[in-house]
Write a protein that binds this ligand. Structure first.
Ligand code: NAI
Length: 301
């Protein structure tokens, strides 16, 4: 198996001043990538900003003989997203990889969440990834190559107490990635998602005795593969952490078809719940078209 390399490739990694993003930046640079290390440099709740976090990562890469520049813009505005991608184009002439990783937390139970807790979390995670990815997507389309990685969370995919804002934003990223996978297909642009589990400043109080086994570096190998030229996968989601790598997917069960033109009552639905819920013979649709074909088969024969 040949070594996965990023020579001649340019990677933008948001939130790469610490935690998971820092490990991605260092590993991609070690494998030859030129890296834009973006980090706003604020606190875990999204307040404040500084240059120091991005600078630390860049200094480490440069000291090891790699190529990196710092960017301190917030992902959370269209101007910030444009500026982050412009930094890649101005400094390195292209953008091949975007790892949307920047993130914050404003956890509260649903009944206690304030509108501003929703807004800032959607701004950074969901809109931020959109704002960074759109100018990158345009450049990738032109060059006929691109790799996107989005960072979701089990909190959204599976659900978690106290994270309605975060869970909604994170699941939104799965939708964003799926659409980029569909739209990018003809230009060799792949888009995938990870739901990591790692000990960082966002989670250090939550992981208990498992924390020491959940180093951010245990997430890095999957990320490195997914954003490489060797990766042919697209439209996928993975759970990763502590040495475990697993696929997460949205399946569509064969379901129950009432029959063309049949009038269905609520009681009929209740009576057929077994068939509707049955997980045997599910498919994993790669686009809306896969579902439409099934509906068409039922309706048109
Ligand atoms: P972290 O706090 O160490 O890293 C997040 C980075 O994003 C920080 O360096 C922060 O300064 C930066 N950032 C925050 N807002 C920004 C903005 N507006 N613009 C640019 N940079 C900004 O935490 P961690 O754990 O490394 O998080 C990385 C990603 O992984 C986040 O999206 C997080 O939600 C996600 N995640 C992490 C999990 C874990 O177990 N650590 C679990 C599930 C998801």
């Amino acid at each position: 198996m040949s070594e996965i390399r990023f020579d001649g490739r340019v990677a933008v990694i948001t939130g790469a001043g610490g935690g998971l993003g820092k490990t991605y930046a260092i590993e991609l640079a070690r494998r030859g990538a030129q890296v834009v290390v973006n980090d706003l440099g604020g606190a875990a709740d999204g307040s404040g900003k500084s240059h120091s976090m991005a600078d630390v990562t860049v200094n480490e890469i440069v000291a090891a003989g790699g190529h990196a520049v710092a960017n301190y813009d917030s992902v959370a505005t269209p101007q910030g997203g444009e500026a982050i991608i412009k930094s890649a184009l101005d400094n390195f002439g292209r953008v091949d990889v975007v790892i949307n990783n920047a993130g914050i937390l404003r956890d509260k139970s649903f009944a206690k969440l304030e509108p501003q807790d929703l807004e800032i979390v959607l701004d950074v995670h969901l809109k931020g990834a959109f704002y960074v990815s759109q100018p990158a997507f345009r450049a990738m389309k032109e060059q006929g190559y691109g790799r996107f990685l989005f960072t979701a969370s089990a909190a959204g995919i599976f659900g978690n107490f106290g994270q309605a804002n975060y869970g909604a934003a994170k699941m939104g990223l799965v939708g964003l990635s799926n659409v980029l996978a569909v739209e990018g297909a003809k230009n060799n642009i792949k888009s995938n998602v990870i739901a990591p589990i790692a000990r960082t400043r966002l989670t250090e109080d939550l992981l208990g005795p498992m924390a020491s086994a959940l180093e951010p570096s245990t997430v890095t190998p999957l990320v490195c593969f997914l954003v490489s030229e060797a990766c042919e996968l697209t439209h996928e989601v993975f759970s990763v952490g502590g040495g475990r790598f697993a696929r997460v997917f949205v399946g569509l069960t064969p379901g129950w078809f009432a029959g063309k033109g049949k009038t269905v009552a609520a009681e009929d639905v209740q009576a057929h719940l077994g068939e509707i819920m049955e997980e045997k013979n599910y498919i994993v649709p790669k686009s809306i078209g896969d579902e439409m074909r099934i509906i068409a088969k039922d309706l048109m024969g």
